[in-house]
Design a protein around this ligand. Structure first.
Ligand SMILES: [Mn+2]
Length: 337
């Protein structure tokens, strides 16, 4: 057992997991928390850590003010999420996963005091909003940090845990397609498969199963997209279109990826109208242009190759602001040579 050290109230040494490990060992009650529009990384990470903590005799709740997306309902413990704070001990620690900023968490979590927050994340520019922070920006998925923690806790990676963590990795690497899938990421994935994670079930659910409305909307987006001379490929999805197919934002996963695949596209942009008339912008880069900076200029954030922001309407203004921000980043990239 490592020797006990006192956790400083505001420690910033967050690349090492030791303080988070102490908090996980010493506390009894935990709540796993997800960001809005939960994905395979945040849910897989939460269920994996939850399963390990329960094996240590701890109490674990999964707070999710949302439904588990259809394609992630195969995950162990996916049926145990709750939308209320019922049964949660007042002393519980809240584990915020996979978010650079606590504002990305469900609004219902806004009242959780910093003193009760553990922040585990791999996004660039993480705000270190927890009392305990464990942030590794170079890792492909939060799930890899969770695997480190489970190892640090000397807990067994069961088949269920391995499935959750491989889901996290497969989700955040686009099935190993993106450049964040390094040799080390692939080795971790192979180890998880050795430990019993069912790769075929995961890839079938995440990449080979699309909703009827999602496919219909993809068709419409591909029919309507614009490719500018400077390589910006964009399209929009209106509320009317979403409603006509009975589609939700969940059905739009990967649509922006289809735009990015267009030849000569440097940056892909998809604007999805929200019920309040604002637009949710998703940006994807082919690898030269830093779309995180473009998203930041628009009040959002993300990663170098994948980022997003929320833009006020009307559509023409939102498109204008998007094009300006992306072009500024293209200019900055050219200036860097
Ligand atoms: Mn992630």
């Amino acid at each position: 057992m490592p020797t006990k050290t006192t956790v400083p109230e505001d420690h910033r040494d967050d690349a090492r997991p030791q303080f988070v490990l102490e908090a996980l060992r010493e506390h009894r009650h935990f709540v796993m928390c997800a960001h809005e529009k939960p994905d395979g990384d945040v849910l897989g990470s939460g269920f994996a850590l939850g399963l390990a903590l329960k094996a240590m005799g701890k109490t674990v709740h999964y707070f999710l003010d949302d439904e588990v997306p259809r394609n992630l309902r195969f995950l162990p413990d996916a049926d145990k999420t709750q939308r209320t704070f019922e049964g949660i001990d007042p002393s519980a620690l809240y584990v915020f996963m996979d978010m650079s900023d606590r504002a990305r968490a469900d609004d219902a979590l806004a009242a959780v005091p910093r003193a009760q927050i553990i922040n585990i994340d791999h996004h660039l520019g993480n705000k270190r909003f927890g009392r305990w922070n464990y942030v590794l920006e170079a890792e492909a998925a939060t799930g890899i940090l969770v695997l480190n923690l489970i190892g640090g806790l000397r807990q067994t990676v069961t088949e269920d845990i391995a499935t959750c963590l491989l889901t996290a990795i497969i989700s955040d690497t686009g099935c190993f397609l993106y450049s964040n899938a390094t040799p080390s990421t692939l080795r971790v994935a192979a180890t998880l498969q050795d430990l019993g994670a069912d790769k075929d079930v995961i890839t079938e659910q995440l990449y080979q199963t699309r909703s009827f409305s999602g496919q219909k909307i993809l068709g419409r987006v591909l029919d309507d997209f614009v490719l500018t001379d400077d390589g910006i490929c964009y399209s929009t999805v209106s509320q009317k279109l979403l409603e006509s197919f009975g589609a939700s934002h969940e059905d739009l996963e990967d649509v922006v990826g289809a735009l990015r695949a267009v030849d000569h596209c440097e940056v892909a942009a998809l604007l999805k109208e929200s019920p309040d008339g604002s637009y949710r912008l998703s940006l994807r880069s082919r690898g030269r242009v830093n779309v995180m900076e473009a998203a930041r200029a628009l009040g959002g954030g993300g990663h170098f190759r994948a980022a997003g922001a929320t833009l006020a309407g009307p559509l023409a203004d939102a498109l204008d602001r998007m094009l300006t921000a992306v072009r500024a980043e293209m200019e900055a990239e050219r200036a860097r040579g």
